[in-house]
Design a protein around this ligand. Structure first.
Ligand SMILES: Cc1cc2nc3c(=O)[nH]c(=O)nc-3n(C[C@H](O)[C@H](O)[C@H](O)COP(=O)(O)OP(=O)(O)OC[C@H]3O[C@@H](n4cnc5c(N)ncnc54)[C@H](O)[C@@H]3O)c2cc1C
Length: 380
């Protein structure tokens, strides 16, 4: 593994940082306040090719690697956690499953417009009674002639309100051991009987669109089944492994933003006749923050590199997600501490980073679930 970014990766970093500084960061506080999804910004990101970074050019993508994609997530997350989450979900959850498991026809129909940034997609796995225990899915899809008839409910689905289609997981039958077979089906959001409500009032990542889905006798052609019908569960585990790299990258980006604000503030804030950055207690906090962010970033790059090189990466993706989200939460907390009372005020924006980063310990598998995944990989 090369510890220096390639020329292309460095270029993506500079291009996305420049875009995020100009087009995202100045609006992040307002989007947080109003819970406004930045659809116009997503269109611009699409024009720049950012929504197709990890997909080949033949599918409308930019032909980049997972490291480049992780870098883009970090840079967007550094400017706005909510935009970063929607960006990561659009690629890792909305588009990637179709790239990994779709037929050529499905790729042309659904992936190409997403990779070009013309449409958005979402991934509906979580249900009110099936979160960490995703195998407990209650949504059902029954084959009726050439169509699946789907009934069920999903909750907290990112980007669904702006999506052209949602990949929905549903029980389609039982295997030889009597266990539910879970499949993934591409459901157009304008299908009759498909209701999408986006009224959640969230603690953080408020610029991200989050929706409840209700499916009542929704009919889709059987060609919309994604991948192997019997391997839907395995497919979404693979999808989540990839998604965890992007959630880890997002945690690094948010933590980096909080750290930069704390460092700058510590140099400006005078107490006892000197800047607080001269106090060793503050210096040690900043030193630990810088070190932990660097370590988390390296873990993200390693997991991404393993994925790009077709090596097993389940454990490393969980390592990166767990470490980056937990250290990131601590860093955002310390950034508020370094700001003192000002840090508690919205104006200084570090409190937003803390609210945003909390989601990283929950989404795409909680910290507890990451420890379960790691323990299983250790053979426990
Ligand atoms: C803003 C936001 C966006 C989201 N976007 C999406 C999306 O796009 N698509 C999607 O499908 N889902 C999405 N989710 C759902 C998210 O993935 C789930 O919230 C998450 O997987 C946890 O499930 P749960 O909330 O039901 O918690 P639960 O599973 O009910 O867990 C509650 C607590 O119990 C713990 N726990 C559960 N099981 C175990 C166990 N076996 N051992 C130890 N502890 C355990 C958990 O770690 C947690 O602390 C989103 C959620 C949020 C908040």
């Amino acid at each position: 593994m090369n510890f220096e970014l390639t020329k292309e990766q460095q270029m993506i970093k500079e291009m996305v940082r420049d875009f995020a500084e100009k087009e995202i960061k100045p609006h992040a506080a307002e989007w947080d306040e109003t819970a406004a999804f930045p659809i116009e910004t997503f269109k611009k990101m699409g024009e720049l090719g950012l929504l197709g970074i990890p997909f080949p050019e033949e599918y409308g993508g930019s032909g980049g690697d997972t490291i480049s994609y992780a870098i883009a997530v970090e840079e967007i997350g550094r400017a706005c956690g909510g935009t970063g989450l929607s960006y990561a979900a659009a690629i890792s959850l909305g588009a990637s499953p179709i790239y990994y498991f779709g037929t050529e026809e499905q790729k042309q129909k659904w992936l190409v417009p997403m990779a070009k940034g013309e449409t958005l997609g979402a991934f509906g796995l979580t249900e009110p009674n099936a979160g960490s225990d995703a195998g407990g899915t209650r949504t059902r899809a029954v084959l009726d002639g050439d169509e699946y008839v789907i009934n069920g409910e999903k909750c907290w689905i990112t980007n669904a309100g702006y999506a052209r289609q949602v990949i929905v997981t549903a029980v389609t039958g039982k295997d030889e051991n009597g266990k539910n077979i879970i499949s993934a089906i591409i459901v157009p959001t304008d299908a009759p009987g498909f209701t999408i409500n986006c009224n959640y009032d969230k603690m953080g990542v408020r610029a991200s669109n989050t929706c409840e889905l209700v499916l009542e006798d929704v009919r889709v052609p059987k060609e919309n089944l994604l991948g192997d019908p019997k391997k839907g569960f395995k497919q979404f585990l693979y999808t989540l492994d990839g998604g965890r790299i992007s959630i880890a990258a997002l945690a690094v980006g948010i933590a980096q933003a909080a750290f930069e604000k704390a460092l700058q503030y510590s140099k400006e804030r005078m107490q006892f006749g000197q800047s607080i950055s001269k106090f060793q207690a503050i210096q040690f906090k900043l030193a630990d923050m810088a070190m932990q962010i660097e370590l988390a970033r390296n873990m993200v790059y390693k997991a991404a590199w393993l994925k790009d090189n077709n090596k097993p990466f389940t454990k490393e993706a969980s390592f990166a997600k767990l470490f980056a989200s937990e250290m990131g939460f601590q860093i955002c907390n310390q950034a508020i501490q370094i700001h003192g009372g000002y840090g508690y005020m919205k104006e200084y924006e570090v409190e937003r980073h803390l609210r945003d980063i909390k989601l990283m310990e929950i989404g795409e598998g909680t910290s507890e679930v990451q420890r379960i995944v790691i323990a299983r990989q250790l053979g426990c």
